[in-house]
Design a protein around this ligand. Structure first.
Ligand SMILES: [Zn+2]
Length: 461
């Protein structure tokens, strides 16, 4: 459409200045109809922030999930351009903008209203977005979340009650977690529980996620992402940068959880490529000479069997693997890759009687979520990042260990053969454990619990 508008302007077929300061998107059909195109959300958000009117096809405007703006001018055909009054860039007001410049959201209710009332699309859109936005500004979860999240969390945690503490620590400090255990111990269920413990998305996070989903051609969602790619996933599928430079799974998991089940089955080069985005929170992909950078700040949960047959640690089934096979299986994961996990947990088969007893006790999931949210907000207020992202140099001051505990930790690190980097990981976890109990200082119990999450057979790996 932009080329056609340029030709119309150059040949004097539209009034002078009509196209000035505006952005035009869409494909032009041979019959003059404007056809929708995907991936417009990021362009629309930027143009909205910069107060530039956007002319786009009806089909595209209806698919935009969270933009409420008087700057959107949907058209059906190119001829509509001549009949529809368009404002100039300078007279356009910023609508639907919050005070920090972020566009307001509310995609789910908006999408429903836009589908029901296409003829009144813009007005109903703005109203529903406004309702959802004011809802969010007061920090309330959506009605859907309020009803289903605690119940689902409670049911999932009762199946593997021993994981409640581990998952709380992972959620509170943003720590990457590696789960190991025989088949059927609830590794996948435990991983899918983590997003339920994380706080609801902020407006900014939701917008980032929806822009990524829009570019990938997915239906934008209001929930924290949980992505679980299969171990046969290609490098491009996981990291991004297919022939069309689409974001990969790690970018689709941005602000959410990436779950890699059967971790040793992933190709080693694929896993090694994950190390850089895990540190930096973004991924750079070069395709056809063009460099693309995508955000990729996700929490990693991985699961693995202890051996090829899966029953090495089982108390009920005998392992059939040779020592060589077990060694070969475990060595598929490099030391540096294993080192990315702050928390290593082994899941054992849970006694059915214990599950039934826990059902009777009724877990207070509300208190669990509140504690996690408080610990996270305390960290962000204190240091601007979650504990998992703390630089090693800041740990000493933030943990405030007394001389006795410092001496105890040095001896424990020596005995466990921890490297300086691994010791820092355990101190970050200890800081999170102290935050969960509301303690300003890290004590010996916090340190001891943190050290219990180091892998038993790899020492300081
Ligand atoms: Zn085995």
């Amino acid at each position: 459409m932009a080329i056609a508008v340029g030709l119309l302007a150059a040949s004097g077929q539209i009034q002078p200045g009509l196209a000035d300061g505006k952005e035009f998107y869409g494909e032009l059909g041979l019959d003059g109809r404007l056809l929708g195109c995907k991936g417009l959300l990021s362009a629309v958000v930027k143009a909205t922030r910069e107060a530039r009117p956007i002319v786009l096809p009806n089909a595209s405007s209806q698919a935009l999930p969270c933009v409420s703006s008087s700057q959107l001018h949907p058209l059906g055909t190119l001829a509509d351009l001549l009949q529809t009054p368009l404002p100039t860039a300078s007279t356009t007001a910023l609508n639907g903008q919050s005070s920090n410049g972020q566009s307001s959201n509310g995609q789910s209710s908006h999408r429903q209203s836009s589908h029901r009332q296409s003829s009144h699309r813009q007005s109903s859109h703005r109203q529903s977005s406004h309702r959802q936005s004011s809802h969010r500004q007061h920090g309330e979860p959506s009605a859907n979340n309020r009803a289903t999240k605690p119940q689902q969390l409670s049911e999932q945690l009762m199946v593997q009650p021993m994981m409640t503490r581990t998952l709380s620590i992972a959620a509170a400090g943003g720590h990457h977690l590696l789960l190991s255990g025989e088949p059927g111990t609830g590794k996948t269920l435990s991983a899918s529980t983590l997003p339920l413990l994380l706080p609801d998305l902020t407006d900014d996070e939701r917008l980032q996620i929806q822009i990524i989903q829009d570019i990938a051609g997915l239906t934008p969602s209001d929930e924290r992402p949980f992505r679980a790619p299969h171990h046969s996933a290609s490098l491009a599928g996981l990291i991004g940068g297919t022939s069309r430079a689409l974001p990969g799974e790690i970018t689709l998991a941005h602000c959410g959880v990436l779950f890699l089940d059967e971790l040793p089955e992933f190709k080693r080069d694929v896993l090694e490529t994950l190390r850089q985005p895990l540190e930096s929170g973004e991924v750079t992909v070069v395709r056809a000479g063009i460099t693309h950078s995508y955000p990729a700040r996700f929490q990693l949960i991985a699961a693995m069997n202890p051996c090829p047959c899966g029953y090495l640690t089982s108390t009920t089934t005998n392992c059939r693997c040779s020592a060589t096979a077990i060694q070969r299986y475990q060595s598929r994961l490099s030391g540096p890759m294993m080192d990315r996990f702050d928390l290593h947990a082994t899941l054992n088969r849970v006694d059915t009687a214990l599950i039934l007893k826990k059902h009777e006790e009724r877990l207070d999931t509300g208190a669990l979520q509140t504690k996690t949210a408080q610990a996270r907000s305390q960290q962000l207020h204190r240091q601007g990042v979650l504990n998992a992202a703390l630089p090693g140099s800041a740990l000493e001051a933030l943990c405030q260990l007394d001389d006795g505990d410092l001496d105890w930790l040095a001896k424990a690190a020596n005995r466990l053969k921890l490297s300086a980097r691994t010791l820092h990981r355990s101190m970050r976890v200890a800081r999170t454990i102290a935050d969960l109990s509301g303690s300003a200082r890290v004590g010996r119990d916090d340190l001891a619990e943190a050290l219990s999450f180091r892998p038993a057979n790899r020492g300081g790996a």
